[in-house]
Write a protein that binds this ligand. Sequence first.
Ligand code: CP
Length: 322
Amino acid sequence: MSDDFRVARKTLQNHHITSSQSFTKHDLEYILSITSKMESGIHSKTNSKLLDGYILATLFFEPSTRTRLSFEAAMMRLGGNVITVEQAMACSSAKGESLEDTGHVVSQYADVIVTRHPESGSADRIASKSIVPVINAGDGPNEHPTQALLDLYTIFSEKKKLDNLKIGFLGDLKFGRTVHSLVHLLRFYSINFTFISHPTIAIPQHISNILKEYGCQVTETEDLESAIKDLDVLYVTRIQKERFSKDDNYDDLKDKYQLTQSLLNTSKADLTVLHPLPRVNEISPAIDDDPKARYFKQAENGVYMRMALLAAVLGKSPNQTM
Ligand code: CP
């Protein structure tokens, strides 16, 4: 193991993962490397007891299919156990308990906590009183750092590099927390960013400013037909209906973009199409079998990356037993 990886391993151990902005480039490379080992281990059916005796608590105050189930599968794949509340709103927060008290108490029952909540900063509040690592699985429109990690792993797996790529982000870039977290990771690489959206749901200016400070090329446009032609990766997002107030223009925006086969045919032959899922109607199911469509493989990668992250925050290396 290189010195850089040794430092990353030590940094991540017992570390709260509440924002993708806290990662260093070495942290990312360490996590990508462990994720790859986890993927190989699963494919070769190598049994692992790396997290035998450890307990994961999942506290989801918002709906989830992929994030929650892939975290729970990841823990079980590594021999650990999971405790959960069926609906977090049915736990004592419904009686007025603070997120800080919930974090304090649940951290006495588990070795790591994964949480999703509609409020920005909620994971930090839970982490502030937790005695075990807390992982943010989505805090309102703010961040979704573990989705960003699996997106980074997927881009690397598909393109075999992370530098010199032209990546387009399409859809709801204002409320799309997966986009916010992913661009913070991509700022370490030589990426040409194209943000494609209606101006009312454009990428927040403070994020595009950070990218410009890092020397990244940033273009903003509404024109998907022109933008798609020279992209290496197109990252599509759903319009986040649940984040709109009644007065906002969700109905005007929901059908503005749809990726169809005819549009896809105008893109580069090796375009990779990603989407954090769930989708509504922004990607036609007719393109699911096109080799450019990699969003279901992206969702699969979530298990491998979350295995890597759970092992990292619990101070375990897959070399120990895999
Ligand atoms: N990508 C994602 O966060 O999916 P879920 O809402 O199903 O967890």
